[in-house]
Design a protein around this ligand. Structure first.
Ligand code: HAM
Length: 425
């Protein structure tokens, strides 16, 4: 026994290990296929950035920037932050590299937020997302939403609700903000503890507050969609008509303002109805037509969404959906003590089959136990008799009642025998 205390994963983080990580991998793989189908290329950017990318991007006054960012100084005295979300880095890369537009990229990334940990809310989570830069076309908004929607459908989620709203653009939102601020100022004493003093820092955040007091005050106040200018109203009408045209059900959520300052016009969120908790958004996004400029680039429209992989996993579980996990085809049990087992697994793998074996020269009984637990379709047994005759005994591990559960094949035929057996299972 060692007297060294084992260390734990940091609070609010979780290890995603085999047994669970297959679902994670399938979600990433399905998303990659889907994104490629919609014309997106993969973008990989550093997981840490100059803190200015996020301050300018998501807004210095956003809750995430003020309270949740992991900011650190490196050994060269530069101030960096771990990425709390994916969009700002992608737009920083767009501004830096000047790709031709429309620039359509997808990503999979960890994201770090110093939140109060609870089910579905972690200090490190993972997001799948897309961003498109360089067009204001409202029908693109429909495609971006459709990509998320079809992705959720294709992994088997059935109870997802799409909420959409328009946040207007800088000019019409500024007028709305004046009215909202006047209303909040007049009713400040009725707001929740957090917003009573702090509402003026970011009045839109009060619309996002779930506390009864704030909901009551804001419900009685001005609503953003009453202040949209004609252009923004038209943009939103094209988006909603487009969603109807491609058969995606949506609901208008006039209070949906989302947590980052960069949003303009279309905003949306996907709610997993099977998740009862407050952490039921499996994805969200919207337009950000000023972000490139805020990061020092030319004025360039953008839109995208991010979807939390851990939340998706929780939603799948809550809906009782199990994604097919890749399984082993064959488990090699070799009791001869030589390299026959090693050679056989390598032959199988080279032929495209998934194969594993036991180690440490264990007994037949002990190796068979591991084979049973492995989930493989068949066990391939090599004992002294098989060695002598150049054969392998193939044993069906899934169907114990088939007549020919166990039979002998020559080494030359073993790959096709395993293929036949795995197809039958
Ligand atoms: P967000 O709504 O902050 O948006 O995050 C996107 C998704 O990530 C959420 O809907 C949720 O599924 C998941 N998520 C967020 N925070 C956590 C957490 N602490 N624990 C677990 N899951 C979490 C963004 O990040 C934007 N960048 C989305 C976007 C892309 N907008 C435009 N383009």
């Amino acid at each position: 026994m060692t007297d060294v205390t084992p260390l734990q994963a940091p609070i609010g983080t979780r290890d995603i290990l085999p047994g669970e990580s297959e679902t994670f991998a399938t979600l990433v793989g399905t998303f990659a296929t889907m994104a490629q189908r919609y014309g997106f290329g993969l973008a990989l950017t550093p997981v840490f950035e100059d803190v200015g990318v996020f301050h300018r991007g998501i807004g210095e006054q956003s809750d995430v920037a003020r309270k949740e960012m992991y900011v650190f100084e490196d050994r060269g005295g530069r101030t960096y932050a771990l990425r709390p979300e994916g969009t700002a880095s992608i737009v920083r890369a767009f501004v830096q590299h000047h790709p031709t537009t429309p620039w359509k990229v997808w990503y999979v990334t960890p994201a770090f937020r110093y939140e109060r940990p609870q089910a579905g809310r972690y200090r490190q989570h993972h997001q799948l997302g897309v961003e498109v830069l360089g067009t204001e076309d409202a029908t693109l908004d429909v495609e971006v939403i459709a990509l998320a929607w079809r992705f959720y459908e294709s992994v088997g989620l059935r109870r997802v609700t799409l909420l959409v709203n328009s946040m207007g653009h800088a000019a019409c939102r500024a007028i709305y903000l004046e009215h909202l601020s006047a209303h909040l100022s007049a009713h400040a004493s009725s707001l929740c503890d957090e917003h009573r003093e702090g509402w003026s820092r970011n009045p839109l955040r009060v619309l996002d507050c779930k506390k009864e007091e704030c909901v009551a005050v804001t419900n009685a106040g001005p609503m953003l969609n009453d202040f949209l200018c004609d252009d923004c109203r038209e943009h939103f009408a094209v988006v909603t008509a487009g969603l109807d045209a491609v058969g995606i059900a949506w609901a208008h959520a006039p209070r949906l303002v989302r947590g980052f300052d960069y949003y303009t016009r279309t905003t949306f969120e996907f709610i997993a109805e099977a998740l009862g908790s407050a952490q039921n958004a499996v994805g969200g996004g919207g337009r950000y037509d000023r972000l490139a400029e805020q990061l020092g680039g030319e004025p360039t429209s953008g839109i995208g969404f991010g979807s939390g992989i851990e939340r998706l996993m929780l939603a799948l579980e809550a809906e009782g959906v199990a994604l097919p996990a890749p399984a082993l085809d064959a488990f090699v049990v070799d009791t001869t003590g030589g390299t026959a087992g090693l050679a056989l697994v390598e032959t199988l793998r080279a032929a495209g089959l998934a194969a594993d074996r036991a180690y440490d020269g264990r007994s037949m009984k002990s190796q068979m136990k591991v084979a049973d637990r492995s989930g493989a379709s068949v066990a391939l047994l090599i004992g002294p008799q098989e060695m002598a005759s150049g054969t392998v005994t193939i044993r069906d591990l899934r169907n114990s009642d088939v007549a020919d559960r166990q039979h002998s094949v020559t080494l030359a035929d073993v790959v096709s025998a395993v293929r036949e057996a795995t197809n039958r299972a």
